[in-house]
Design a protein around this ligand. Structure first.
Ligand SMILES: [Zn+2]
Ligand SMILES: [Zn+2]
Length: 401
């Protein structure tokens, strides 16, 4: 992480917020809270999509539903420039399989589902943006995408396969970000988010009595050695100048204190930034798993899946987003070296057309509210700031591209 946490200039923040119409802010918050109460998991966003399509149609855009299964795109109101190459403005819509524990008055009403990443806010911001842009002379240049299933299920890929990028020359998107305070913007001229891999390891041994380990092939000891050995993939095999992570996130095996089980299952994730490291990781993990299992006298099966590529901003696009953010938020409030080993399927679009993805600080005052946790919440003032920045970026892009 290279996120610097210098405190923001409260006067800049206050001025920006005062410039934002109160009614519009109320509408942003109301939309976000309604979606927050009714979270929908990836490829199940039908209620959300219905609300989005209804609002867009009301603004004169032509929404198309069922894009990439449950997504919505909207092309501009017909008129001059409607055939010009488009700039894609993307907001993701899905929630996470998690039970909310915030106790907020607008908390999730669906047990086991929660907007714990802020995508409810992205939808609200996207709709506010559509409202603002529909009133501009550049409206004909944009295409909105309200994308389903960002959280690992392949929503962006499904949308791309459905032709969302046809006639598109650039793509922009943002993420509300709790690792930055409200009033701060995080961005990078290159790699912003990591490539994400997912793996599962099934260790097959031979079970038996806990008092007679010599008559068994103990998968628990083998699993422990595999976990231990995987730590050296990053520390000994990846250049210290590059960044990567290998994490084993779950381990399940055994039923009782005195039984050696016959198998153990583990799952984990690997993260990387560069293509070279990303390509090398699967084989490195496989070799460690294979070799360690063999030494322990057990069998191990590895399932390795590359989920997302790294999210890499186009340098020229990032430069002008940085300039726009600095104009709005002030030099000190724009961190141009933000990088995280989290992943994003915005990478699908940014690997095909130039563009830029950026973070808008949304951490609520006091309290630890990390993304993907049951305590997640945002400072809703970030919704207004995100709308202002996204609007400025979109208009500037329309003038330049
Ligand atoms: Zn997320
Ligand atoms: Zn997210």
């Amino acid at each position: 992480m290279t996120v610097r946490s210098r405190s923001y200039n409260p006067r800049v923040l206050q001025k920006l917020l005062q410039s934002f119409p109160e009614k519009e802010f109320e509408s942003l918050v109301a939309t976000r809270r309604d979606l927050h109460r009714h979270p929908e998991l990836g490829f199940e966003e039908t209620r959300t999509a219905g609300i989005v399509a209804g609002r867009l149609a009301g603004l004169g855009w032509s929404p198309r539903t069922g894009v990439g299964r449950t997504g919505v795109t909207a092309d501009p109101p017909a008129g001059p420039g409607a055939q010009a190459p488009r700039i894609l403005l993307r907001a993701d819509m899905d929630a996470l399989p998690l039970t909310e524990a915030t106790g907020a008055p607008y908390a999730s009403e669906a047990p086991g589902k929660m907007h714990a990443c802020g995508h409810d806010g992205h939808v609200a911001v996207g709709l506010a943006l559509a409202n603002r842009l529909s009133l501009t002379r550049s409206a004909g240049r944009f295409r909105f995408l309200f994308q389903p299933a960002e959280e690992g299920a392949g929503g962006a890929e499904a949308c791309a396969a459905d032709g969302v990028l046809e006639n598109v020359t650039a793509a922009f998107g943002l993420h509300l970000w709790n690792q930055l305070p409200v009033g701060k913007i995080g961005i990078n001229r290159g790699e912003l988010l990591a490539a994400v891999d997912e793996f599962a390891i099934e260790v097959e041994g031979r079970g038996g009595h806990g008092a007679s380990p010599h008559e068994t092939a103990d998968p628990i000891v083998a699993a422990a050695r595999i976990i231990e050995a995987l730590q050296s993939v990053v520390s000994r095999e990846i250049s210290p100048l590059d960044s990567a992570v290998v994490t084993v996130g779950s381990i399940h095996g055994g039923t009782a204190f005195n039984i050696i089980p016959s198998s153990v299952r583990m799952t984990g994730t690997a993260r990387s930034f560069t293509d070279e490291t990303g390509r090398a990781l699967p084989e490195k993990v496989a070799r460690v798993v294979r070799g360690t299992a063999e030494a322990a006298g057990v069998q191990a099966r590895l399932d390795y899946r590359r989920v997302n590529r790294a999210t890499v901003n186009d340098r020229a696009m990032a430069d002008f987003v940085i300039a726009t953010a600095r104009e709005l938020f002030g030099e000190d409030n724009v961190d141009t070296e933000t990088r995280t080993l989290g992943g994003e399927d915005m990478s699908v679009f940014l690997s095909r057309v130039p563009g830029c993805f950026f973070f808008v600080g949304s951490a609520p005052a006091g309290g630890h509210r990390p993304h993907h946790s049951p305590d997640f919440d945002i400072d809703e003032r970030a919704l207004a700031l995100a709308t202002l920045l996204f609007e400025a970026v979109a208009l500037k892009a329309a003038d330049r591209l």
